[in-house]
Design a binder for this molecule. Structure first.
Ligand SMILES: Cc1ncc(COP(=O)(O)O)c(C=O)c1O
Length: 360
């Protein structure tokens, strides 16, 4: 008997539409056949539309989850330039650790995990450390839902002539990003979260002139060499290596779905669902864990009543058909709800009903 999948109110893997699953089922192409080349070039131009950047930028795709593509982005800067990483949570710390593997002198500008990055301190840090020529940060910390104030951080970077590298894993699509206007050199994301597809593709989007500059750097990896892949994908319109084509077909379909719906419409619908759910939770005595003004519009952590621990709560939820993450790794006192996925109104009503039945 076929098992019904859990409803995933998670940042990724997440709930994808039937249409995306159908594309996945039909996507077993040969990666050198013409149909895949056409799909690939279609995919690249749809990505630029979805990211709201023009031809000044290019998007390169890798078979990888988020960490892999983050490594591809920061490693050349950690090895060849003077990089600093801003941290205010688990994913910033992860980015720092990855960078330090490639360059021991990578600096850290650390903030509390409970607060958004403070742009004034970034400006001061860059003034005090004029040797720093590149700066990496996570736009939205997925574990806490804190959205960092990128606009002001980007202007501090620009004022100091610093190249900005952004992990946009959980901000892309769900939040207003304006990366081109802000002059972001490179940003990364994966095929789940805002792109609402199956995991397995890591995407780096950057200014073409910044990709070109990488030709002067010592490569840090054969597979994750973003300059060679840029040359191949953007100039020669093909990927260097064999690819799992079904996940590319799925992403291509989820982008069609997104662009048909409209970026603004998708963003508003995510934001509305989040706001409604926060209001519903608070009115049912479920407290938000975090400072509301620092949160973005898609992820929320909530406090569990003291009588129930996350591991028990999660087990009960899974039995009833839902998966929710913890608010922090090994944190038994919180849970997280995010609205990246393709949910029906019935799914959301079922989530509320199930939460009431477990938490009552
Ligand atoms: C902000 C952020 N960066 C990096 C990652 C790592 O991505 P992955 O788990 O796909 O390797 C995640 C994962 O959720 C994330 O939320």
């Amino acid at each position: 008997m076929q098992k019904k999948n859990l409803l995933l109110f998670t940042p990724g893997p997440l709930q994808v539409s039937e249409r995306v699953l159908e594309a996945l089922r039909n996507g077993n192409l040969m990666h050198r056949e013409e149909a895949f080349s056409a799909l690939f070039s279609n995919l690249q131009s749809k990505l630029l539309n979805a990211f709201e950047v023009n031809e000044e930028y290019a998007a390169c795709l890798f078979t990888s989850t988020g960490r892999g593509i983050n490594e591809a982005m920061v490693a050349p800067f950690a090895k060849n330039r003077k990089l600093a990483v801003i941290t205010n949570g688990a994913w910033g710390t992860d980015l720092l650790q990855i960078a330090r593997l490639h360059g021991q002198n990578v600096m850290e500008l650390k903030f509390s995990e409970k607060e958004a990055v403070e742009p004034g301190q970034v400006a001061e840090f860059l003034k005090q450390n004029p040797q720093i020529d590149s700066l990496a940060l996570v736009h939205q910390e997925t574990r806490t839902g804190i959205l960092n104030p990128l606009e002001k951080i980007a202007s501090a970077a620009a004022a100091n002539g610093v190249t900005l590298l952004v992990d946009a894993m959980s901000s892309i699509i769900a939040e207003e990003t304006n990366f081109q206007k802000l002059g972001v050199a490179f940003f990364t994301c994966g095929s789940t979260k805002g792109l609402r597809s199956i995991p397995g593709i890591g995407i780096i989007c950057g200014k073409k002139e910044e990709f070109e500059k990488l030709s002067r750097f010592v490569p840090t990896s054969h597979y994750f060499d973003i300059f060679s892949e840029y040359e191949s994908q953007v100039k020669n319109k093909k990927m260097r290596f064999a690819q799992p084509t079904p996940i590319f077909a799925a992403l291509n379909e989820s982008l069609s779905e997104l662009l048909e719906e409209g970026l603004q419409q998708r963003r508003e619908s995510i934001s509305q669902r989040t706001a409604d759910f926060r209001n519903w939770a608070v009115s049912n005595g479920i407290e938000i864990d975090g400072v509301a003004s620092t949160l973005g519009h898609v992820i929320t952590n909530f406090k569990l009543p003291s009588k129930i621990k996350y591991s028990v709560f999660s087990h009960e939820l899974q039995k009833l058909g839902i998966y929710l993450l913890y608010g922090g790794e090994k944190d038994e006192n919180t849970f997280q709800v995010s609205f990246f996925g393709a949910f029906s109104e019935n799914d959301i009503a079922f989530l509320k009903k199930t939460l009431i039945s477990i938490l009552k």
